[in-house]
Each structure stands twice: as structure tokens, then as C-alpha cells.
Design a protein around this ligand. Sequence first.
Ligand code: UD1
Length: 415
Amino acid sequence: MAIQIDGGKKVSGSLVIQGSKNAVLPIMAASVLGAGTTVIENCPDIFDVHAMSDVLRSIGASVNYRNHTLTICSSHIKKTAIEEKSVGEIRASILLLGSVLARLGSVSICYPGGCSIGSRPIDFHLRAFRKMGAQVNEEKDRIDCLAKKRLTGTTISLPFPSVGATENIILTSVLAEGETVLLGAAMEPEITELCRFLRKMGAQITGEGTDTLRVCGVKELKSVRWGLCADRIVFLTWAMLTAGCGGEAELFMKETIPCAEKQVLEQLGCMIEREGRRICLSQKHVPRPIRYLKTQPYPGYPTDGQSLIMPVLCKGNGVSTIEEGIFENRFRMIRQLKKMGANIDYVCNHARITGVTKLHGALVQADDLRSGAGLLIGGAMAEGRTTITKEHFINRGYENVTGQLQALGILAEEV
Ligand code: UD1
């Protein structure tokens, strides 16, 4: 299957921002920490949620998805070996290392999959588990972790604020003996969401949203019902679509727009007005260039948003520079944008984008989830027809993507 877009139209329409992929996946991993039932409302209907559900079923959980409500019952979890097939499909399955280890005292998993946006090591995660008293054995393709007794809280310092490592350390420490202090923690809103969720389960955590987290281990956690936050990267996708195509979009979410994203949208010339949950975005001109933008850990501009702004800058009224500060393979989409007439040079992790007056439709391919989303934006901005193959990457994180594009007035269909 592919997505076909007839571009060149202005954005016009409204939609409600779906629930957050990067928040729901760690919450799903957290659900196995207790022996009760977790109900997640506003859960997005995306491939990654269903793949993670399969991983949870494979270790004994019962998982049911209906009308955007995901119910996970983890009372019968007993399998500690996580199968290769499911893990290969989804990167977030690595978070089960922490939660299954904490719940059952051992876990065995093969190296995880996900988007190939650069080397994605997990040394910080494993070092922390060892420091908490686990034996960690790394074989060719597998990782085995064993805790002979309850893991012990300790002070852990991260050399870089890794999102995944922060989440895994939180998951492991909520059931550990004593206090864990995590220094240099990642501060992403999805981590705050995970901490709030765990606190509702009965965990004792403070400091979320800062770089120092304190977790006091408890013996057990209870069942919870949780209303999931909106996806800030999906919001950014449709905001960038508006910034690139011009026109007006009405997007609904209750969460605030992170400062860095808001600032960048305004620099592009996009007007943002907010009234309660309704956010009105409008772009009346050709996008303005951005002299220099570097992707950084939160609260900086997100790496996931790099592929989303790149097509917008391709039609910018001047020269822009982007430095990718997190993942090294995130410039692969440049090759695809060039097929559409973009003028981009890059060396290592710096890209120099010279705005052109027109992009034209082309046959392009998604290389990963966010580059696929970036090509949707490029396709909508280009004149003529764009066909995006390897659509499955986009379905990992976007629900009914052609439907969402149509709701914003873009001519898109699956072919
Ligand atoms: C998460 C997000 C992803 C986002 C990324 C950066 C999910 C499911 N994925 O990915 O969408 O793009 O954060 O915000 O939420 N690193 C190490 N050793 C480690 C761990 C990380 O060197 O043990 C390095 C990585 O190579 C990378 C950087 O730290 O350069 C950031 O990685 P990390 O924040 O862990 O990204 P993910 O959690 O994989």
C-alpha cells in the first residue's frame, strides 16, 4: 500500500489530536508492574500499540482494544522470555526489560526493533540495572537479566538524558527496595505522564519534569484507569503542514504547546491563537527561513520534529540550517525531498536548505516513521501528485493518516 497526495492546496479544516504514542508505550510497559487491570482511555489506534499489545499477550497478559480504550489485565503474567518476532517489530518493547525484571525477578529479550534512525544503544539501561543489583548477560542477540533478590535503590547518573533509559530506570525502581535517585534524567512530557500514571498506581515518585527524579520503592501497585495525553509530535505534524502549505487549521488538545515548538512555528510565520482546547493555526505567507535550528533533548526542539520542519524550509524564503543533535541517520529523507525539487546540502549532521519557489510531486519512500510524516507534508506542499511508498512506517504512529489529511483539506488516499 502507498499514500497518494494531490498537493498544492492550502490547509483548511479541523481535527482532534490523537493520544500520544510515546506516552502510551511506556505506560503499557508499566502496566505489568502490578497484578491488576489498567484501563487507558484515548489510546491511539496505531500499529505500535497493537504490536506492543501482542508482546504483552505473549508473556501472559490479556489485552483488549475497543473504541480507543485499551484494557490490560496483568494478573497472569509469568513468562519472562520475550519472543524475537514481536520485539523485532517494536523498539518500545525494550521497556519490558525494566518492568518484567522488577515484577518477576528475571527477563530475557532479544535486541529491539523500531525505526532505523541511527545506532540506538541501551548501555545506560543495562548499567543502571547492574547498579541496582541485577545480573545482566549480553549474548549475541539476546539480553538476560536476573535479580536474585529484590532490586535495591541507588543513585544513578545518566551521561545523556536518554528518554528510554530514564523510563526503564523509573520502571525498575518503583518496586525496588529503598530510594533511587536519578540524576541527569530526561524531562520529556511523556516521562511526566509516565510518572503521574505510576503515582496513580501507588508508586512514590517526585521530580518529574526536572532532571532529578526520586523514586521510593513500594511493594505493590494497584489497578488504574488513565486518560492519555495528546500526541505533541502529531500536533507538530499538522502544525508544520499548515506552516508549509498555508491556510488555516483548527487543532484540538488540552495540553500546552511546548515552548520550543511554538517558537519555531512562529519563526516560520505561523500565527497561533488559543482558546481553551481549540488551537487555531494560520499561515498567510511563504514560510520564513530559520537561520539555525538544533534538535535537542526536551525542552529543546525535538529530533522527531526535524523531519517535519525540513520540507517546510524547502519552500522557505531564504537559507536555513538544521543541526541534528540526537540521531545520526535522520537526514535520509533529504534524498526523497530532492526528488521533489528541494535544494539541500548536508555534511554529517548539518543540513543547509535553500528555499525554492516550487516543489513538484514525485514517487518517494518513507524510511522511518517521522520521515514518512515529513513526506506527507512535502507531498501536500508540492504541485502535482506524490506517491509515498512504505506507508507502514507512517501507520506505526499516525491513526487513519489519510483521513486526518482529508480533515485538513488535503487530497490524500491510500492506493
Ligand atoms: C525516544 C523516543 C523517540 C525520540 C527519542 C529522542 C519513544 C518510544 N521513542 O527514543 O521517538 O526520537 O526518544 O527524543 O519514546 N543513548 C545511548 N545509550 C543508551 C540510550 C541512549 O548512547 O543506553 C543515546 C542514543 O544513541 C541517542 C540518545 O542517547 O543518541 C537519545 O536516545 P533516547 O533518548 O534513549 O531515545 P529513545 O528512547 O530510543
